[in-house]
Design a protein around this ligand. Sequence first.
Ligand code: 3PG
Length: 215
Amino acid sequence: MNELQKAISQIGVVPVIKLNHPQRDAVPLAKALCAGGVPVAEVTFRAAGAADAIRLMTEAMPDMIVGAGTVLTTAQIDEALAAGAQFIVTPGLDPELVRYCQEKHVTIFPGCTTPTDYHTAYKLGLEVLKFFPAEQSGGLSKIKAMSAPFPMFKVMPTGGVSLKNLGEYLSSPVIAACGGSYMVTADLIDNQKWDEITDLCKKSVEIVKEARNHG
Ligand code: 3PG
């Protein structure tokens, strides 16, 4: 793992964010996450204005690790990096996008769930993968099965992660960190429930600590 991956792994959870009103919500959301001990975010390009959100968050909280998610094209990579994104997440494994990031020395977490994905990721020299969509693809038992032929990878399961299963995922040494939207749901963000978001982050951090102490 590189330094950025180690830092993300140490935090343990990565909020996956879709912001409908970046100008209004990006900064208070970044502050709420940091206050909860989760100074990292994957801002998805599912919403227009994702680059604005990345820029606003990184300017307001320079120590926070802000990346771009749901990235589908090299143009979006350029846009995300220009806004200050420190990492790129793609839903699937596109060798073109992986190589594009590698040429720029930018960390990319491509979504992988199958032996074919993992094999391609291995040939591309990747070390940490997003395992997406995690629960729907077989969850921790599939992740463990995949690590038998591919023990070189750590993964970041995302999709269906919640406070209920976070600890179970994190207790496995294969897991670098977990991604999820449960602490940054549309309801919480649109209704500006910043304290609740901070509280959910704090609860997540407790679970990370607990899982790592007993893992
Ligand atoms: C993602 O894009 O990573 C997922 O949509 C997040 O999944 P979740 O909403 O089930 O946490």
